[in-house]
Every structure is written in C-alpha cells, then in structure tokens.
Design a protein around this ligand. Structure first.
Ligand SMILES: [Zn+2]
Length: 281
C-alpha cells in the first residue's frame, strides 16, 4: 500500500501535470467506489482541476470548490494518462476525462474492489469523518509534545505507529525504517518510552522526508505503479544492518512482517514469532 512518501510524490507529480486542465467528463466504472452521491461525479464537467494534495495516505484532487477525496486501500493507484481508458479495463474505478484526451484514472489491481472516493465541497474535506479521525500528520513532523501525546498508549510501537487515528501516513514499510532509525524495538509499548526515546522516535520521522527527497530526485513525470522504495530494513532479513552489520531479523505475521536489527533495537534478542514476541517488551 502506498504510504505517506509515495502518495506525496504521486500528488506532486499529478498536480504538476494536470493543474489547470478542464474536465470534460467524469464517471465511475467501479462498483460502489463512490461513497457520496450528491453532488454527482458529473458535476465536475466543465471545472478546472486546481490542485492535488494529500491527507495522511489519501490523495485529494481539487476542482475549485469541489474535491475528490480518495482512499487507495491496498491496491488502488491514481495516475494520469495521455489517452482514455479502454472500456474493457477492469481496473478502472474512477475516470476524470480532461481536455486534450488526457485522463486522471483511479485504478485498482486485484479482484477486490475496496478503494473508494468521495466528492465533497473542498472546504468540507477537513470535516469528513475519515479525515477528522486521523491523528497528526507524520510528516512534516508534528511538534514533539503533540507527537508524545499521540503515542502515549499501552500498545506496541509497530501497530501504534501504523494506526492512522493515532498518527497519519505510516504503513507497514516505513514503520520498520522509522523504528530502526530510532533504535527502538517494534514490541516496545508507546507508553513505556522514556523522554529520550520519544525524542528519538520523533526525530526518526525524518526518514519520511528523506524518502520524498529521494523520489523528487529519482522519479520523473510519471510515477510507476510500484514505486522503488529506498528501504534499508523492511524485508531485508538475512542482510547486514547498514549501521552495525548485525544480521537483520524478521517477525512474520499473517499479513505482514516486521524487520529489525537485534543488536540495536531489541537488546540482542531475536524474536522468532508472534508467541515469543508477546513475551518481550
Ligand atoms: Zn544494527
């Protein structure tokens, strides 16, 4: 799933490519993709695309005083094309047809249709229930006090940092990088952190900004569907830690994994699986 840095580069490139373009028509071939019905998607026709931005991991495409709030879920992608989608393209969920034959397309890979969009008044996006439920943005980092309050909870850091209601933008890949940068165990609890550890974790959020800088340098006008992410720890089990050379370990869950450096993050302990990991803090 695209996380904060990946969605940020997508929205920046889309805005650069499409801002000012007039909408010819808009339609939603995806079943149940639109979560709002008033105004209808067709209301975009004749409007100018004015901005593309991001809230947490969600892109927001603005057309003057109307905005499309999009949740990509795990397999959705938002991309600009120079020609219209074939009606047979089963991945199409929302198509915004722009002048000059261009098209802003929300596509979703795989068989599940889970991505969704809402057409809202632009000034109502912040009050949307999903947007309102988000914790502070992980990047740019919130003030230290706000961050400390957000993570002061008796839950493991790995799920805590990925929980959008506590802090917005981090997912399964970047959480490993942030915890490694902060030299903290994924199984330490938020409420157990000392002030210096909270500061380290807060400072480690810079990896998100670094990733965006990396994308700015390496990604051209078109963002690939699968962005090559500059990860150093996530899914690198068996490789040497880039900082100390210790072999990176992994804990596997049913749908995701967490990677860490045992020497620097867990006091030398190797966490083999969930059951064992529960014994460790
Ligand atoms: Zn290390």
């Amino acid at each position: 799933m695209p996380e904060l840095p990946e969605v940020e580069i997508v929205t920046r490139r889309l805005e650069a490519a499409l801002a000012g373009a007039v909408v010819e028509s808009a339609l939603a071939p995806g079943m149940n993709v639109m979560k709002t019905f008033e105004p209808p998607l067709e209301a975009l026709a004749g409007r100018k695309l004015t901005a593309v931005r991001r809230v947490g991991k969600m892109p927001v495409v603005e057309f003057g005083d109307l905005a499309l709030l999009i949740h990509l879920m795990s397999a959705g992608r938002l991309k600009a094309f120079d020609k219209r989608a074939s009606p047979k393209d089963r991945a199409s969920r929302v198509l915004v047809r722009l002048e000059g034959n261009r098209e802003l397309r929300l596509r979703e890979f795989g068989t599940k249709q889970r991505a969704w969009a809402k057409l809202l008044a632009t000034d109502a996006v912040a009050a949307d229930e999903m947007v309102k439920s988000l914790g502070p943005e992980a990047w740019p980092p919130p003030p230290l006090e706000e961050f400390a309050a957000a993570i002061d909870q008796p839950r493991h850091l790995h799920p805590l940092l990925r929980h959008q209601r506590d802090i917005a933008g981090i997912g399964r890949s970047w959480v490993d990088e942030i915890l490694w940068e902060a030299r903290l165990s994924p199984f330490k609890k938020g409420s157990e952190l000392g002030p210096d550890e909270v500061e380290r974790l807060h400072a480690a959020l810079h990896v998100l900004g670094d990733a965006i800088d990396h994308y700015e340098e390496t990604i051209g006008a078109q963002v690939p569907d699968k962005v090559p992410m500059p990860l150093r720890i996530h899914k690198r089990e068996g490789q040497p830690c880039p900082r100390c050379g210790t072999t990176i370990e992994a804990v596997f869950f049913s749908e995701h994994q967490t990677n860490y450096c045992p020497k620097e993050q867990t006091g030398g302990r190797v966490l083999k699986d969930r059951r064992l990991s529960k014994l460790l803090k």
